[in-house]
Design a protein around this ligand. Structure first.
Ligand code: FAD
Length: 266
């Protein structure tokens, strides 16, 4: 069984994002941390590796669409235990919206061939739409299983998973192949091992370009239906702090209650 894990590189969670007046977005990490594997995708990578360890998957292929820098995210996936990694990178894909990205991912998954499960994170911490998962499923014509908190069973061409809902869990079964969107309750991502890091640092990650893929419907800025036409930073919130002082806690509480009545909070 072949498994593909889709992962994207994002700014670190501590990076400070800046938007200038022209709407250009840039980011810098105060602690000098480099870009990272999208944190939600660490659960997807771990689940892909567990499919190898517990459910007999033979190949666990990390797949990313983006620029050359995304190889660092793929190396992390290899160091954790993925068997292969593929980067899809082409200037023609720059400025893709989620649908364009999904078309490219679907084309790459079709090119890999014989894939039974494509695992995704919950959402990307930068674009943050969570749309790529179901759009890729739609383009592949596969069943999307979102918010998956456990893979229970795979066999006889079917998969049974547990889905996390707002007010409970449900168990669903679907025929393979499927696209799975994961949640953090699904596992505890492992740290890359020392041996894994050494192996990943020497890995030669293949790069597929637009010419290698049959991307139906197009991708890139020209094909994007969603245009990031207006990006701006939220104005800083204004507020005041007043420290209530008194001789006793009881008096402080009384003054606080008076204030809250005055301000019509209670
Ligand atoms: C230069 C630039 C210009 C852009 N312009 C636009 C624009 O005009 N309009 C617009 O809508 N968006 C634009 N984007 C956003 C970009 O295309 C999105 O980040 C991308 O489509 C994925 O959407 P998302 O971040 O919301 O991912 P989500 O849908 O939140 O991601 C869900 C899951 O999908 C997988 N995934 C997502 N992206 C990838 C990927 N690239 N490779 C592999 N797996 C992936 C991961 O498993 C992830 O956890 C631009 C990005 C760049 C860098």
């Amino acid at each position: 069984m072949k498994v593909v894990v889709c992962t994207k590189q994002t700014p670190s969670t501590t990076a400070v994002i800046t938007v200038d007046n022209a709407g250009h977005v840039s980011w810098d990490d105060p602690g000098g941390k480099p870009n990272v594997v999208n944190p939600w995708d660490e659960y997807a990578i771990e689940e892909g590796i567990l499919l190898k360890e517990n459910h007999g998957a033979t190949d666990v292929i990390a797949l990313s669409v983006g620029d050359e820098e995304n190889k660092e995210a793929l190396k992390t996936a290899l160091a954790m235990g993925c068997t292969d990694a593929i980067l899809v990178s082409d200037a023609a894909f720059a400025g893709s919206d989620t649908l364009g990205t999904a078309r490219v991912l679907a084309a790459a998954i079709n090119k890999i061939g014989d894939v039974q499960v494509a695992v995704f994170g919950r959402q990307a911490i930068d674009g943050d739409t969570g749309q790529t998962i179901v759009q890729t499923a739609r383009k592949l014509g596969w069943t999307p299983l979102t918010f998956v908190s456990a893979i229970k069973e795979i066999g006889d061409g079917r998969i049974t998973v547990e889905r996390l809902l707002d007010d409970g869990k449900e168990t669903v079964t679907a025929p393979l192949p499927v696209v799975i969107g994961t949640v953090k309750e699904i596992n505890e991502p492992r740290y890359p091992s020392f041996m894994g890091i050494r192996k990943a640092s020497r890995a030669n990650i293949p790069v597929w370009s637009a010419a290698d893929l049959d991307v139906a419907g197009g991708a890139g800025a020209a094909a994007s239906k969603v245009d990031w036409s207006h990006i701006y930073a939220m104005p800083a919130r204004e507020g005041e702090v007043e420290i209530i002082t008194a001789d006793s806690v009881e008096e402080q509480a009384r003054l606080l209650v008076d204030k809250l009545f005055e301000e019509k909070v209670i």
